[in-house]
Write a protein that binds this ligand. Structure first.
Ligand code: ZN
Length: 233
């Protein structure tokens, strides 16, 4: 294990230990990969060839599913979008806050829930959690509206970088902040400016299976692995 928020797992052979303890085969993947598999299999991106899923909540994670299979990669970090620097930064966004990964200005430091709260605090001096910011914006509070506008602009830039790199058919948002309904309309409008294409056909969608999607994806992972094992005899 590496890069786990549950830091006591880092450096430990979690999958092997769990397999030995349970005495059975198992399939594991991180939450963003599981969300991506669930939504790509029978959710918001069912039938799409390439699906990028983002979890925006306490942290920011990502997962990539190509033709129904999660992409892992030699470093097991495919989709770890949150620890790239926020692209096309404005002068006011540099150098960016320190990130626990050792760098600064990472996408996660801007787009996670704590990132939104820190941005609002820096702009207004008010220490407010994202749900209260969203409520205040809905009630017409100009400071809160400005925080959400900065947030959607940063999300659009972050996702434009993904589109320019892997050009997925569908991007699905998950996590607490994916419930901000206006993002699905405003973010694609903003990302047009940054995507290197005259027209952008990429769809941005909410997860069909909501908070259950990660667990569903884990179940699909196990089921797919059993099917592959059965087919290979
Ligand atoms: Zn980082």
């Amino acid at each position: 294990m590496k890069n786990s928020n549950a830091t006591w797992l880092n450096g430990k052979p979690f999958e092997c230990d769990l397999r030995a303890h349970l005495g059975r085969e198992l399939a594991i993947a991180n939450d963003a990969d599981c969300l991506a598999l669930s939504e790509a299999t029978d959710g918001a991106a069912a039938g799409a060839q390439s699906v990028f899923c983002v979890i925006i909540g306490t942290g920011v994670g990502g997962g990539l599913v190509i033709r129904g299979q999660p992409l892992c990669g030699p470093n097991a970090i495919a989709g770890e979008w949150g620890h790239n620097q926020l692209p096309w930064p404005e002068a006011s966004e540099l150098p960016g806050r320190d990130c626990y990964c050792g760098l600064n200005g990472c996408i996660e430091t801007w787009l996670s829930g704590p990132g939104m709260a820190a941005d609002h605090l820096a702009a207004t001096g008010e220490a407010v959690e994202p749900p209260a910011i969203v409520r205040a914006a809905a009630g017409g509070n100009a400071d809160a509206e400005a925080t959400l506008k900065r947030y959607e602009h940063r999300l659009a830039r972050g996702l434009a970088m993904v589109i320019n790199t892997i050009d997925p058919d569908v991007i699905v948002l998950g996590g607490g902040l994916s419930r901000l309904e206006h993002l699905y309309e405003t973010v694609p409008r903003i990302w047009q400016r940054y995507v290197f294409s005259d027209t952008v056909r990429t769809a941005l969608r909410a997860p069909v299976h909501g908070d259950s999607s990660g667990v569903r994806g884990a179940a699909w992972l196990g089921r797919n692995r059993r099917l592959v094992a059965a087919q290979s005899g």
